[in-house]
Write a protein that binds this ligand. Sequence first.
Ligand code: SF4
Ligand code: SF4
Length: 323
Amino acid sequence: MLFVLAPPLDLFRLDLNQGHFILFGLDWTLGLDAFQRGEVGPGTAALNLLLRGFLPLLLLGGGLLWIAWRYGRLYCGWLCPHFSVVEMINSMMRRASGKPTLWEKQPLPERQPTGERIIPDRRYWLPTLILVLVFAFLWAVVLLTYLLPPEQIYGNLIRGELTRNQAVFIGVATLAFTVEFLLARHLFCRFGCAIGLFQSLVWMANKRAMVVGFNASRASACASCNAACDNACPMRLKPRSIKRKMFTCTQCAQCISACTDVQAAHSAPSLLKWVEDECALQVSDREHGRRHRDTTKCFRGVTVHIAAPDNVQYQTAQQRNTQ
Ligand code: SF4
Ligand code: SF4
């Protein structure tokens, strides 16, 4: 919603007609027009450039990288407009085919951590494809409103009076988004997004950064589970793995929620939780062949959730038939 509404509400956009950004309804210029008109000297112009250009960029870029260094790719899992589409289309494809992506080799188990059962139904393909097209078109239009006045774009669209360049932009972007949403949405997050890649790189540099930790001392509990955490991961990662293999983790916490639901049926706490500092070393250092630290204290006090009655039944059935 924020991604769609930011331009029409003038929260943030670049107006190519005016040649500057608009932030919270205010013009964000570099202040060089006054210098070109001869109203201010070179010293004032340089100061304007520093305060209105370099400094905000430094603070924004530095802030994003600091958050990634300390907490991982928070932006990706919680703010990125692309990732919300990844999650939504994954879930629709799973309903249609049992697989969250076309590249998954085998369908995932029908039983969900909450006890719900998702039986693949090919009738979901039509709404899935419609959803892909709607999001591709919407994202293409919204992207254009970040560059040109939103009232002009939406007005031209409603009246059917888009200029040739506007129509070409929306057409090409819709096609590109359609292909990407259908075939490569999580691949783009993993390998194609520069913002995600830099966040991952600085996150990897901090071994004590927040990461999904696995309570290895209770690993035997996984024997009666159908790898619900792996199945829930929209990035198709293995959350019980070492940090290097979770390089593209978006900190979405869906694996933790899945394990919380699974373990609730046993009145036990989740085996997965956020860890940081000393406890994060267990995830980071394992890849260097170091011995496991005692992680018991890292998992003390994890809340036990109460399972829905259906889920208790599911777990009992699941233990007989580990799908
Ligand atoms: S490993 Fe967990 S937190 Fe990371 S992307 Fe996968 S589900 Fe989200
Ligand atoms: S969801 Fe929890 S119990 Fe199931 S495999 Fe993952 S960590 Fe183990």
